[in-house]
Design a protein around this ligand. Structure first.
Ligand code: IVH
Length: 734
């Protein structure tokens, strides 16, 4: 996963997660498994905590689920229906890696161990009584009983408001509509649990649907969600749905002091509770229960990929409290994802934006964690050689860690094959343009764990595959924002030979654009005059208005993401300065670990971490390459000379910010604050300060809100001054 542009990556992940939320909650047609969703979610959370400035207060990571759908009346949950944090079992490969590096092998349940330690720390006790039970792979529902009668049933929705699905829920026979023995039952009782479709019933239903020519469901969860979204409850009644309770919501007019009392009540009124359930008072007992569930879980009527661990004592729960989306007193321990064997039929090669040639495994289709896998990236030649992968081999596939399926190892080889060589495989030429390919060696990893990676590149800068993806970046919203050119148009322009380099866009006559055929010869789809005019307008705007940073990002220079482009534009006025930059020349000679401040050349500048030796080398190399030289020449020919809109190479002395209260000061913001971070950041900017995503020795202040984590630790370790919001206000002049 690329995160050289964290802001773009956060935006991409947010959009992706929102899309999956809609598919899951609104359309009940998820495209990815829960495990894959979890991975996306975790990636977003990790990036947002690392780069809090780019985190949107409305980020999907800060809410529980999707929106309620239309067609049902909505209700506000008396107590929000929260999510639960995941703890992942560490895969063997990860354990091997840690052991090779540190000499110690952590238990595979390390995240669970850490969770239990957090409970101990949070409650200041050694023994924390908890329950362990299966996590039911179903659809969460809230059942509200008043006076012993089911008043309504609602879905989780966005955690705050859900759909009222009482009519559908009434069709589920295991849910009592009137509590049999309601003496001593609280006047209002909210029971929470999961609706699911038992595995066998699901299989039978799918078979029947298939025979009847109806579409089948990918898994029981989808089938359940689909059923509950139906507006005709008679239809719902035909689906084999079941319910199991796992939690207590609102209680009024009565008291339920412990989980034990709650379970006794469920038994008495005839609501099925979640089983098996273990109690544990020590970490060892927790681990034992979790391991035992792993052995037994396959015999349960519902699907489960994890164990839920909950603190028993309600007071202790309150003391531990909640994060914005989940309680701190509960967690879901996730067993590792499914691994399946399949045959590697072929290796094909994809050409990326920078010309990088990525080998891709073409696999015999195999069902892994709920979806069919047909392809998996093989990254580069080194990966293939290290794993000893060859065409015809039987390989082990899983979908964890990455959204993209991955090959873990070869389990059986055909034998007699020669070691894979990208060069030989491609006959020495690019599979798209037949141009020359180049072999490059890079060293990756840390100093103690360095390894050489061999990658191949198509070095034909005009390779259509490269041009098309470069074009997509060039016109994208964060680059030159040329409205009207989506990826289809970009590809067609390249395919029709109208564009060999993104700058060609500035030479295409409006009439040619207007008559562009986006379809085929047989069924043409003409771009049209209106659309062409839009593009012409947008490209004029790009020339007149777009600042250097945008143009720089648009160029698609390797290593230059959105934030490094901004930092480069802070250090340079225009492309000419950039192409002959003494700062970059100095930076490129910097050795890893060497400080910028100690370097005579660089001392006068204040350079953010976005630009280091690698970025510097890449930028200088680009402007010295034939392609870069051509770019500069053509920009001059067209009279395009974008200027920096944030030029301030030495903010403390000669910038427009000089004299402002926070000029030359760098801030990092962390923790929960009383207002959105973006707002705080704008005030700091307005006062001449800079805001950075990570704490380093160049950081002047850390603004720390509640629950500040690793950044606070790091700031303390580096002796960075810690500010409260009030202190910041004082600095800002009240
Ligand atoms: S207890 C405050 N126990 O998982 C959250 N939840 O991702 C406490 N779920 O919406 C939840 N099985 O609907 C709990 N045995 C179980 C569960 C369970 C499935 C669902 C639940 C929740 C979601 C959290």
């Amino acid at each position: 996963m690329s995160s050289d542009d964290p802001q773009a990556e956060i935006a991409r992940l947010s959009a992706e997660i929102e899309r999956h939320n809609r598919l899951y909650y609104d359309q009940a047609e998820p495209e990815i498994s829960d495990a894959e969703y979890d991975v996306l979610f975790r990636q977003l959370e990790a990036l947002e905590s690392e780069y809090p400035l780019f985190a949107d207060p409305n980020s999907p990571a800060r809410r529980v689920g999707g929106r309620p759908s239309e067609g049902f009346v909505q209700v506000t949950h008396p107590i929000p229906m929260l999510s639960i944090d995941d703890l992942f079992e560490l895969p063997t490969e990860e354990l091997d890696r840690i052991e090779a590096k540190t000499g110690e092998r952590p238990p595979k349940e390390q995240e669970l161990v850490d969770f239990y330690h957090r409970l101990q720390k949070g409650l200041g006790a050694d023994s924390i009584p908890v329950t362990i039970e299966p996590k039911i792979d179903g659809v969460a529902v809230s059942l509200v009983y008043r006076g012993g009668r089911l008043e309504y049933a609602a879905t989780r929705g966005d955690g705050t408001r859900g759909d009222v699905i009482t009519a559908n829920v009434r069709t589920i026979k295991s849910i009592p509509l009137n509590l049999t023995d309601s003496a001593g039952v609280p006047e209002t009782l909210e029971v929470r649990g999961e609706i699911f479709m038992p595995g066998e019933a699901f299989a039978k239903m799918n078979e029947e649907r298939d025979e009847a020519g109806l579409p089948t469901f990918a898994n029981p969860r989808n089938a359940t969600a689909g059923a509950l979204k139906m507006l005709d409850s008679r239809e719902v009644a035909t689906r084999p749905l079941d319910f199991i309770a796992h939690g207590l919501g609102l209680v009024e007019g009565g008291e339920i002091a412990t989980i034990t009392e709650f379970h006794a009540l469920l038994d008495r009124v005839g609501i099925r509770k979640n089983e098996p359930l273990w109690r544990a008072g020590t970490l060892e007992e927790v681990l034992e229960a979790v391991r035992r569930l792993d052995r037994e879980r396959h015999t349960l009527p519902y699907g489960t990929d994890g164990a839920v661990i909950k603190v028993i004592d309600r007071d202790a729960q309150q003391q531990l409290g909640f994060t914005s989306r989940a309680p701190r007193w509960a967690a879901a321990y996730k067993y590792p994802p499914e691994q399946k064997e399949t045959i590697l039929i072929d290796i094909t090669v994809q050409v990326g934006r920078t010309g990088k040639l990525t080998p891709v495994a073409e696999l015999a289709p195999v069902l892994v964690s709920g979806t069919t896998v047909r392809r998996a990236t093989l990254h580069n030649e080194s990966f293939i050689l290290e794993k000893g992968i060859g065409i015809g081999d039987t390989v082990l596939v899983q979908k964890a860690g990455e959204i993209i399926p991955e090959i873990i190892k070869v389990v059986a080889t055909k034998g007699g094959r020669t070691d894979f060589s990208m060069h030989a495989h491609l006959g020495g030429v690019c599979p798209v343009c037949s141009g020359p390919i180049e072999r490059r060696e890079t060293v990756s990893g840390t100093k103690s764990d360095a390894r050489t990676v061999v990658t191949h590149f198509c070095v034909n800068f005009e390779c259509p595959a490269q041009v098309a993806s470069r074009m997509r970046q060039f016109v994208s919203r964060k680059a030159l924002d040329i409205e009207g050119i989506g990826s289809t148009v970009a590809e067609k322009l390249v395919e029709r030979g109208l564009i060999r380099s993104p700058l060609d866009l500035f030479e295409i006559p409006e009439s040619t654009l207007a008559s562009l055929n986006l379809g085929t010869g047989d069924s043409p789809r003409i771009f049209g005059e209106k659309n062409a005019a839009k593009i012409v307008q947008a490209r004029e705007r790009a020339v007149k208005e777009m600042p250097l940073a945008r143009w720089l990002f648009a160029m698609g220079i390797s290593q230059v993401g959105e934030s490094s482009a901004r930092e480069l534009s802070r250090l340079h006025r225009n492309f000419r300065e950039l192409s002959q930059s003494p700062v970059l020349a100095g930076l490129r000679t910097l050795k890893t670990g060497e400080s910028k401040e100690k370097n005579v050349f660089l001392a006068p500048y204040q350079i953010a971490s976005e630009v280091g030796p690698i970025v510097a080398a890449s930028v200088l190399d680009f402007f010295q390459s034939p392609a870069g030289v051509a770019v500069l020449r053509r920009l001059a020919e067209f009279g395009i000379d974008p200027q920096s809109d944030n030029y301030a190479p030495n903010p403390s002395e000669d910038s427009a910010d000089a004299g402002k209260p926070l000029a030359g000061k760098t801030f990092v913001i962390t923790g929960t604050l009383s207002e959105p971070r973006d707002d705080i950041a704008s005030r700091i900017h307005a006062a001449g300060g800079k805001v950075s995503g990570s704490v380093s020795k160049n950081t002047h202040y850390l603004l720390a809100g509640e629950n500040a984590g690793s950044k606070l630790d790091k700031a303390n370790a580096l002796g960075v001054k810690i500010l409260s919001e009030d202190e910041l206000s004082t600095l800002l002049g009240g």
